[in-house]
Design a binder for this molecule. Structure first.
Ligand code: NAD
Length: 284
């Protein structure tokens, strides 16, 4: 592994090239991959993410329709919209933006969305299939982005020790499943884990997805370990990861920067899932 800095942009570029070819092939069959985004409320983080998805989708040739609902939208309205998206053959993927406004239950909403279109693993049906190892299920975009980076830089996983900090269904838990699938031995750490530093020092591959700036210091790194920083923390008008990059860089074998690491790849993964869903629909 020549590169010590694992650059998200490089991974994203390669994915984008592949996806563009696949979209052209779908076009020859008269199919235009289409992603529907459901955005409830006004969260600035979601708005920025949508802009990024739309920009990348346009470059790849995937169509995006975004529908913005007010935060006090009636559940019946959302249900009707999601059911219509389920039934519309031209829609291949649906993403419901997080965070949801208070009063809207993620579980209840997720159950309406059909698994075949649940490209960011929002609902429990697709999530259950994914956890059970169903090859057709979509993993959530962020943990899959971590795997795309490891694959791009040819970092071996079989038999290696992976430690994941964070156990949410958005990142930590599904990422552990993806590591297991690649025959790594995985530990999941969380806010009640005792001796976090000691466990992390055993890791050949350490991933932090805690949302805690500076959580991972040099005392937590085995020399030569691969360190993947999923954290996004806002402070002093900047974005920071969970890892103390300056301190960890000299010890790690390889490391992702923030920004410019995992976050850069996430929207490409989402679009890859849409293209995959469109290819699946084309094969029926
Ligand atoms: P979450 O708050 O749902 O989960 C955080 C997890 O970290 C929890 O399981 C918690 O137990 C653990 N944790 C928190 N503080 C800890 C500590 N001090 N020690 C050990 N464990 C600790 O968050 P999430 O949705 O899983 O997101 C995690 C981070 O990843 C956030 O910073 C989020 O912004 C970021 N994120 C990045 C992307 C991306 O594309 N790069 C996408 C999604 C989330």
């Amino acid at each position: 592994m020549a590169d010590r800095v694992l650059k998200g942009e490089e991974v994203a570029r390669e994915m984008q090239r592949d996806l563009t070819h696949r979209v052209v092939a779908l076009g020859a069959k008269g199919i235009e991959p289409l992603l529907s985004i459901v955005f409830i409320g006004h969260a600035a983080s979601a708005r920025a993410y949508i802009k990024g998805i739309e920009r990348t989708a346009m470059a790849i040739g995937v169509k995006v329709h975004t529908r913005n609902f007010p935060p006090d939208v009636k559940f019946a309205v959302l249900k009707e919209h999601l059911q219509a998206l389920n039934e519309e053959a031209k829609v291949h993927g649906v993403v419901i933006m997080r965070p949801l406004p208070p009063g809207i239950e993620e579980d209840t909403l997720g159950k309406i969305l059909m698994a075949q279109k649940d490209v960011d693993c929002f609902g429990t049906v697709n999530a259950g299939k994914f956890m059970a190892g169903d090859k057709e299920a979509f993993p959530p975009a962020t943990p899959q982005a971590v795997m795309e980076i490891l694959k791009h830089y040819k970092i071996p996983l079989r038999g290696r020790r992976a430690v994941v900090i964070g156990r949410s269904m958005v990142v930590g838990k599904p990422l552990a499943m993806l590591f297991l699938k690649e025959d790594a031995t995985v530990s999941i750490c969380h806010s009640h884990t005792k001796d976090l530093a000691g466990l992390c020092r055993q890791a050949d591959i350490l991933v932090s997805a805690a949302g805690h700036r500076g959580l991972v210091g040099k005392e937590m790194i085995k020399p030569g370990a691969v360190v993947i920083d999923v954290g996004i923390n806002y402070a002093q008008g900047k974005i920071w990861g969970d890892v103390d990059y300056e301190a960890v860089y000299p010890i790690a074998g390889a490391i992702t920067p923030v920004p410019g690491g995992v976050g850069t790849v996430t929207s490409r993964v989402l679009l890859k899932h849409v293209v995959q869903a469109a290819e699946g629909a084309a094969a029926i």
